[in-house]
Design a binder for this molecule. Structure first.
Ligand code: ZN
Length: 364
C-alpha cells in the first residue's frame, strides 16, 4: 500500500534518531580506569586516595560555560540575573535579597562583579589547592572587594565532582567568587552559592543531553502514531470523535516537549552548536501547536477527569479532516528533521530501518 510506504519513509529520521539517542553516550567525561590522564596523576588511587570523576576537559568546559552564563551582558540571558529575578530577591539573607555584591542597581541589573568574572585573569592550577584555607581550596580571588582581582581555580579539585553535577557545582562556585569580587565576605558568598545551587537544581533538573533528546523523540513519535491512527479512522469516518481526542493528545505531547520554552535550559543540556537551529525548531513546534488549536478548534480547558486531555469542542468539516491530518503528519516529520538538525545528528533518509510495530515500546 503506497500510503504505508510513505508513512514509513516519514518515520525514518525518527527511527534513526531513536537508535542514535539510545546509543549516544554524551561527553559526560567519566574517566575510565585505563585513562592515561588518570594513570599519570594518580586519580582513582586504590590506596584510599581520591577519585577523579570528571575529565580535565569537562571541567574546563564547565568553567567556560559558567563564566559565559554568569558574565552574559543581556539580563534576559544571564543566569545569575535570572536566579535573582526568580528567587534571589525573596531570600531571607538580606544581602542576597538586595542584590548587594552583585548589582549596581536593580533596574538595569548592571553587575560589575559578574562582568569582572568574564574579564579577569584566571590561574588554572593543574594540581593542588588555590589557598590552604578550608573554604578556598577549589577556587579563590586574590583580594575580596577588588574588582580587578585575579582568580584561581584548581582543576584537580574540581575533577572530583561527578559529571552529573559538574556544571551546577562549578556555576555555583564561580558565582561565589563573583560575589567576593563584589565585596562579599565568606558567609554571604556561601549563601549566594547555596541558594543559587538550589535554584539551579529546581529549575533545570537533570543536566544531560539524553534528558532532552530521548523524551523529545518519544513525544514526536507518539504524536506521529496518534496522527497515523487518526488518518486510518478518518478514512472510514471523518467524524469519529476519537480522532479529536487523539488530536488533543498530540497537543499535549507537543506542549510537553522539553526545553521548548526555556532556551537557557535547552542550551545547557543539549549544547546545540547553533542556537539559531534551536529557534527554528522551537518556532515550528509552537506554530504546529497553534495550528492544531486553530484548525481543530481546541479550547484550552482542562478536563481533569478525562486525564487532562484537551477535548476539541467543535469539529471541522468532515471533508477537511483527512487532508488536515496529512498536513499535520508532514509538519511532524519536518519537526523531527529540524530537531535532528539541532542536535547535529545526520539525517540520512534511507538506512533501511523499518518500524514494523508502532505500538512496541521501542528502545527505551
Ligand atoms: Zn569564599
Amino acid at each position: 500500500m503506497a500510503k504505508e510506504g510513505l508513512q514509513l519513509l516519514l518515520l525514518t529520521p525518527l527511527i534513526l534518531a531513536l537508535s542514535l539517542a539510545a546509543g549516544c553516550a554524551d561527553d559526560k567525561g567519566t574517566v575510565s580506569p585505563t585513562s592515561a590522564t588518570q594513570a599519570a596523576d594518580g586519580g582513582q588511587d586504590t590506596g584510599g586516595g581520591f577519585v577523579l570523576y570528571s575529565e580535565r576537559k569537562a571541567v574546563l568546559e564547565a568553567l567556560k560555560t559558567s563564566i559565559e552564563l554568569l558574565s552574559e551582558i543581556d539580563p534576559e540571558k544571564n543566569i545569575a540575573i535570572q536566579f535573582f529575578k526568580d528567587q534571589g530577591f525573596k531570600s531571607e539573607v538580606e544581602e542576597i535579597a538586595q542584590g548587594t555584591h552583585l548589582f549596581k542597581d536593580l533596574r538595569g541589573f548592571e553587575s560589575p562583579a559578574l562582568s569582572a568574572l568574564g574579564k579577569n585573569k584566571i590561574n588554572y592550577l593543574e594540581k593542588g589547592n588555590c589557598l590552604e584555607s578550608e573554604s578556598h581550596i577549589d577556587a579563590s580571588v586574590s583580594e575580596i572587594g577588588n574588582l580587578q582581582s585575579d582568580l584561581c581555580v584548581s582543576l584537580e579539585n574540581l575533577r572530583r565532582i561527578p559529571p552529573s553535577s559538574l556544571l551546577r557545582e562549578v556555576l555555583s562556585l564561580m558565582l561565589h567568587e563573583a560575589t567576593h569580587l563584589g565585596g562579599a565576605q565568606e558567609e554571604d558568598a556561601k549563601s549566594w552559592q547555596k541558594e543559587f545551587s538550589e535554584y539551579f537544581g529546581k529549575r533545570f533538573g537533570e543536566i544531560s543531553r539524553e534528558s532532552v533528546v530521548a523524551p523529545t523523540f518519544q513525544a514526536i513519535m507518539r504524536s506521529q502514531n496518534l496522527i497515523r491512527d487518526s488518518l486510518e479512522m478518518a478514512e472510514r469516518w471523518p467524524k469519529d470523535p476519537r480522532i479529536f481526542t487523539k488530536i488533543g493528545k498530540v497537543v499535549e505531547e507537543l506542549e510537553s516537549l522539553p526545553g521548548l520554552n526555556d532556551e537557557l535550559a535547552f542550551k545547557i543540556k543539549v549544547k546545540p552548536k547553533n542556537l539559531r537551529d534551536f529557534r527554528i525548531y522551537s518556532n515550528s513546534a509552537k506554530k504546529l501547536i497553534n495550528k492544531l488549536y486553530m484548525k481543530f478548534e481546541i479550547h484550552k480547558i482542562d478536563f481533569k477527569l478525562l486525564e487532562r486531555i484537551r477535548v476539541p469542542l467543535s469539529l471541522m468539516p468532515p471533508d477537511k479532516v483527512f487532508e488536515t491530518l496529512q498536513e499535520i503528519e508532514n509538519d511532524l516529520h519536518s519537526l523531527s528533521v529540524e530537531f535532528l538538525n539541532v542536535i547535529d545528528e545526520p539525517t540520512s533518509p534511507s538506512e533501511g530501518l523499518i518500524f514494523s510495530d508502532p505500538f512496541s515500546p521501542g528502545p527505551f
